[in-house]
Design a protein around this ligand. Structure first.
Ligand code: NAP
Length: 522
């Protein structure tokens, strides 16, 4: 390596696609790595973040439950990152693979393709998360087959005011806004993860049947959603779980919150189901897991603050139906049928701890079904383009990668392309684990860059793929004069939402459509 090469090395310019925790933590770590005050040399690094919506923060804004506002404090840290002069936010910009596929109906975002971005960046980090729910794939569960059947993703987006869930172009008899709450008494949830508990909590807190729990009214749940939920008469929420109590996916803190809900009772898990699980967990060899599961099962054994027996005449209540996996959904005879009942396969635990269907079925009448069996990622829109393909694994629903470097079907590294967060790993882990993952990706990226800059071979870059050695130091041409949203403009939207909230005695009143958000900054 020559000193002159390092001296004339082109600066690192990173495009981050997605503004959730993964994108923001990676951006902050990259910028920190070039902190002049730490003696690591400021090499002209710049980070540009692209976000499909005018609003940043991804799942922090649209996924975290409204009654967990403390989790949303990370937004302050992200705003600090955004105040770095080397950082720039481009909201309302959808990064696509090509222009082959039109945007969804009602979309107001500006499209930019990977080939259009490439000349401006040495690297691109895909961090756009998991925006689809895993399908159930059983009769009756297809899109728009039955009313009152939703994925947890849709329900969470609805109560968090996500513009996709409130897009007038999607409003039809299958939308959450049109649910006749007076008919919703029994709700079935499929899955036993923390998302299922978030959904159950919201249903039980705000239902018309709860004597008094207006705690959501002060949060950022949109007023129209609160009004709708107040008409729902949920008396019973049941979580249907395909494995036994030893394999529940939710965690202790979230279970405690459910068991302590005022005016809500938990139906005890039968002893002949709980005791064998406690016994099984006591033999676990991994100490942390053993401790966590022992505590979890202990909580289940103790039950809710409000005892179920005491609450028999009261409503609402919740419970677990273990060893049940969904088999088929049945509808009413209405012209647009609504959910009437669900068939469940009775399962047992197989040798490899999987749920095995025994052959026997049971049915239950249900008014509402929310399937909470996990999220999955999607490829970039217009993925048919072959000039600069972004690989996507359609069996695991992730961008294939080796140590977060994007690779094609044959394992060949795509120069300058990285992936982080749920898009790289699948939809598991909380914000802290996403943070560590993002830091690791940023460190790899910077390490590779430095090795290239100091070595004899130039660092592998995105811009080199389109024949450009030094990435252009400006905003991409395709975005000039377009309706993109800067970070300062987002802060104006943020202020307007807080002001609207203050007038209503709540933390924030979100804008529910992109059009309203853009109007604030016109
Ligand atoms: P999850 O924790 O992976 O839980 C998914 C649940 O769905 C599991 O009980 C799983 O059962 C079940 N399931 C999957 N496929 C199924 C099928 N075909 N039929 C029936 N059941 C099926 O996913 P999540 O609840 O969506 O949460 C995602 C991540 O976000 C988790 O890491 C979670 O901890 C985190 N999160 C955290 C919080 C919080 O900290 N408060 C809040 C929300 C989310 P099996 O175990 O049998 O596969």
């Amino acid at each position: 390596m020559s000193a002159s090469r390092a001296a004339h090395a082109p600066p690192l310019r990173l495009a981050v696609v997605g503004s959730g925790p993964s994108g923001f933590y990676a951006a902050s770590r990259v910028l920190q790595s070039f902190d002049r005050s730490k003696g690591t040399g400021d090499d002209g690094v710049e980070v540009h973040m692209f976000e499909r919506l005018p609003t940043p923060f991804g799942l922090v804004r649209y996924g975290v439950a409204p009654d967990h506002p403390e989790v949303k404090n990370v937004e302050n840290k992200f705003t600090e990152v955004a105040s770095d002069p080397r950082f720039r936010f481009f909201g309302n910009v959808c990064v696509t693979a090509s222009n082959d596929e039109p945007p969804p109906p009602g979309s107001l975002s500006v499209d930019i393709t990977i080939p259009q971005l490439a000349p401006y960046y040495t690297h691109i980090l895909f961090a756009y998360g998991a925006s689809e729910s895993r399908p159930l794939g059983i009769p009756g569960s297809g899109p728009k087959e039955l009313r009152n059947v939703f994925s947890a993703l849709k329900f969470v987006e609805w109560y968090n005011g996500h513009p996709d869930a409130h897009n007038p172009a999607n409003d039809d008899e299958f939308s959450l806004n049109r649910v006749d709450g007076s008919k919703i008494r029994r709700a079935a949830l499929i899955g036993a993860g923390n998302v299922a508990l978030d959904v159950a909590r919201v249903l039980l807190r705000q239902s018309a049947s709860a004597p008094v729990d207006e705690s959501l009214a002060k949060t950022d749940v949109p007023s129209p959603v609160l009004d709708a939920l107040r008409t729902w008469k949920v008396e019973e929420v049941n979580l249907y779980v395909r494995r036994d109590a030893a394999h529940l996916a939710f965690t202790n803190k979230e279970l405690r919150e459910m068991l302590n809900l005022p005016h809500v009772a938990f139906r005890p898990v039968p002893e002949d189901q709980l005791d064998p699980a406690i016994q099984q967990v006591s033999t676990l060899t991994e100490a942390g897991q053993k401790r966590a599961m022992t505590r979890l099962l202990g909580q289940l054994k103790k039950g809710s603050k409000l005892s179920y027996a005491q609450n028999e005449a009261h409503i609402p209540r919740w419970g677990l139906h273990l060893l049940r996996s969904p088999a088929a959904l049945h509808g009413t005879d209405d012209p647009v049928p609504a959910l009437r009942s669900v068939d469940w396969n009775v399962t047992e635990i197989g040798a490899d701890n999987r749920a095995v269907i025994k052959g026997e079925q049971v049915s239950s009448d249900e008014d509402l079904l929310i399937s909470s069996v996990g999220y999955r990622s999607v490829p970039l829109r217009g993925e048919k383009d072959t000039t600069m393909q972004v690989p996507f694994d359609k069996t695991r629903y992730v961008i294939p990668n080796i140590r977060n470097r994007v690779v094609d079907d044959e394992g060949k590294v795509q120069p300058g392309m990285f992936v982080s967060g749920w898009l790289a790993t699948g939809p598991v882990g909380v914000i802290v684990s996403t943070m560590f993952d993002a830091f690791g990706v940023a460190d790899e990226l910077v390490k590779e860059w430095r090795a290239g800059v100091q070595g004899t071979e130039p660092p592998p870059t995105l811009c080199a793929q389109v024949g450009i050695r030094e990435a252009l130091r400006e905003a991409p041409e395709a975005l000039r004069g377009q309706r993109t949203v800067s970070y300062d403009q987002w802060l104006a939207i943020d202020r307007a939402e807080r002001d609207r909230g203050q007038a209503l005695g709540k933390s924030r009143e979100k804008f529910l459509t992109v059009a309203e958000m853009l109007r604030v900054i016109e």
